[in-house]
Design a protein around this ligand. Structure first.
Ligand code: A2P
Length: 277
């Protein structure tokens, strides 16, 4: 089972979680969530954008485990940003998830118009106990700096695309310096990096797969990460990374695979912010 990280607000978050992006259909979600829970995953990451909160909620309910055992994350979609829209959308998410609160609520993408209003809504939802922690997703340094000019409290997590081809070293450092946990989405680069010869060679040396090497690299980089799979064997394999260690040299070799390759969209460097700065 994975480590627990202590967030800046005092809450504890599992370092490894289960990603549910692009996982759809009640039976697939139910079996993936059940396999993941059995394999030791406690963090389940969904979003309004994924359109699967109701199915994820049903799958979690069907586990019949105490609420404290679960760490549930969702994110406010771009279309729901703004103060009142965020409040309404999050209440709808909670209804779909069949939960009284989520553990972590994030702004999914930085949007210039609604930036501060959406964040103020998250602060209010936290006060009301509808979420334990608040964070952001896909924020670059400039967005965090801009947020800091008005926020009453800062995000405790920043979930961004991160994998060996996009290791995000400067952002991870900035987050660390500001007590923000970086959480990697698409930690396996959506599976596209797993035939890389360097990763395979390191895996052979440890009798592990390339996927396990990459996840271990995230672990030893002190970031959180949320691999996704719909196959039970892979779901288990992705948790079996706590019985080996990468050397400093192997960590360096993986860090050198960075080539700024994004699988997702580039978070907009909002022009309005640039003008103000
Ligand atoms: P599948 O769901 O068919 O198992 P990421 O988490 O970076 O977005 O990557 C998810 C992709 O990687 C999915 O396509 C998933 O496929 C695949 N994947 C997840 N775990 C493994 C693994 N251990 N070995 C190979 N492919 C994997």
């Amino acid at each position: 089972q994975t480590n627990l990280l202590t967030l800046a607000d005092g809450q504890q978050m599992p370092q490894e979680g289960f990603g549910l992006y692009k996982v759809t259909g009640q039976s697939i979600i139910s079996s993936a969530v059940a396999s993941a829970y059995q394999a030791g995953y406690r963090l389940f990451d969904t979003a309004q954008l994924y359109k699967n909160e109701a199915e994820v909620g049903q799958a979690l309910t069907d586990l019949h485990v105490p609420r404290e055992k679960l760490f549930v994350t969702t994110k406010v979609a771009e279309e729901n940003q703004g103060y009142q829209r965020t409040i309404t959308a999050v209440k709808d998410s909670l209804h779909k998830l069949q939960l009284d609160y989520v553990n972590l609520l994030m702004i999914h993408w930085p949007i210039e118009r609604a930036f501060f209003d959406s964040w103020a809504a998250l602060e209010e939802l936290k006060k009301q106990g509808l979420t334990k922690s608040i964070g952001v997703s896909n924020f670059q340094v400039i967005h965090l700096q801009y947020l800091a000019t008005q926020a009453a409290e800062m995000p405790v997590v920043n979930q961004v695309e991160r994998h060996p081809r996009l290791n995000q070293a400067p952002l991870v450092k900035f987050d660390q310096d500001h007590h923000i946990i970086t959480q990697a989405w698409s930690p396996l680069g959506r599976g596209t990096i797993l035939d890389n010869p360097t990763l395979k060679a390191i895996g052979d040396h440890h009798h592990k797969s390339a996927a396990q090497v990459v996840l271990r690299w995230h672990l030893q980089s002190s970031v959180a990460f949320i691999p996704k799979s719909v196959h039970e064997a892979r779901i288990k394999q992705n948790m079996a990374i706590y019985d080996f260690q990468l050397s400093d040299q192997e960590m360096d070799q993986i860090n050198q695979l960075n080539n700024f390759h994004r699988t997702g969209k580039e978070p907009a460097l909002v022009y309005e912010y640039n003008k103000k700065w």
